[in-house]
Design a protein around this ligand. Structure first.
Ligand code: BTN
Length: 292
């Protein structure tokens, strides 16, 4: 019998619930960035909730994990859909004090590097990045990230307790999803890829620790492209570079050419017949030449 929404969270033994108390304890023992970790059974979107908390003045370091989202948001106005406890869906609140707004585009890329590295190390899958921050195995997406910003209020900037601008980074990882549950033919999950573990708790802990390590190193060195070695680390893991690509731009236009670099702001530089173009957002398709 399929588990209904009101069924016990333990009904599907392959998908045990996350334990908020254990997660909180683990991060209290080694105090750092993540100072408030919450796990909820269901919400619309963890990004929406953390954005609301940020607007209300919540400090940096809030982590909200949902066992199920009813209105999960994806990039470019898409949705993020996953059965309850089949993956990780969570958002974190950052207030990168001292990092100019123009450099904050590195945050989702940095988060993507952290997720890809953890999936390699803990789940032992061959994870790479597709620009900007789809985590892929082969050419299928196993995780996606969505960063949304809340501008600081003018009154905050004048205050001694300024909360600064906030950035919410939302992360979705497909963990135990079965083929019939995938939201699209270009998606995959750790289970489908034969990962060494599909236990969400250690994967979540490792992502939070790796994200925090990279974020603090990046922020504390000024938050630029070179800060914390992020540009080089990103380029090493990004399969888009060097490929022929076709990019659907937000306004509906399409750009084709070779992806040659990620610039100082984290934008993708594409060599087209009309010259080099830098794009800050878009949906990239890796185009394979015939016979390759
Ligand atoms: C994408 O690849 O399109 C981005 C997907 C981001 C999904 C995550 S799941 C947790 C967080 N809450 C949301 O509503 N979206 C992000």
């Amino acid at each position: 019998m399929p588990a209904s929404r009101s069924a016990s969270p333990y009904a599907d033994l392959g998908r045990p619930p996350l334990r908020e108390s254990a997660l909180r304890r683990a991060f209290e023992l080694t105090p750092g960035l993540w100072r408030d970790i919450r796990v909820v059974e269901e919400t619309g979107s963890t990004n929406a909730d953390v954005l609301a908390a940020a607007t209300a003045g919540a400090p940096e370091g809030l982590v909200l994990v949902a066992e199920r989202q009813t209105a999960g948001r994806g990039r470019l106005d898409r949705s993020w859909v996953a059965p309850a406890r089949s993956g990780l869906t969570f958002s974190v609140l950052l207030r990168p004090a001292g990092v100019p707004a123009s450099n904050r585009g590195w945050l989702p890329l940095l988060a993507g590097v952290a997720v890809a590295d953890v999936l390699r190390r803990v789940a032992e899958v061959d994870a790479y990045l597709k620009w900007p921050n789809d985590v892929i195995i082969g050419d299928r997406k196993v995780a996606g990230l969505l960063a949304e910003a809340v501008p600081g209020r003018a009154s905050d900037l004048a205050s001694a307790h300024s909360t600064g601008d906030a950035v919410v980074v939302g992360i979705g990882v497909n963990v135990s999803m079965r083929p019939s549950e995938l939201p699209s033919p270009t998606a995959t999950s750790l289970a489908i890829e034969g990962a060494a573990t599909t236990d969400r708790d250690p994967v979540l802990r490792a992502i939070l620790r790796e994200f925090s390590r990279r974020y603090v190193a990046w922020r504390d060195s000024g938050g630029g492209a070179g800060a914390g070695g992020i540009r080089a680390a990103y380029a090493e893991r990004c399969l888009t570079l060097g490929q022929k690509v076709s990019v659907a731009l937000p306004g509906g236009r399409r750009l084709e050419g070779e992806a040659i670099a990620v610039d100082l702001l984290g934008r993708l530089v594409i060599r087209t017949d009309d010259g080099d173009r830098s794009i800050g957002a878009g949906d990239v398709i890796h185009v394979r030449s015939s016979g390759s």
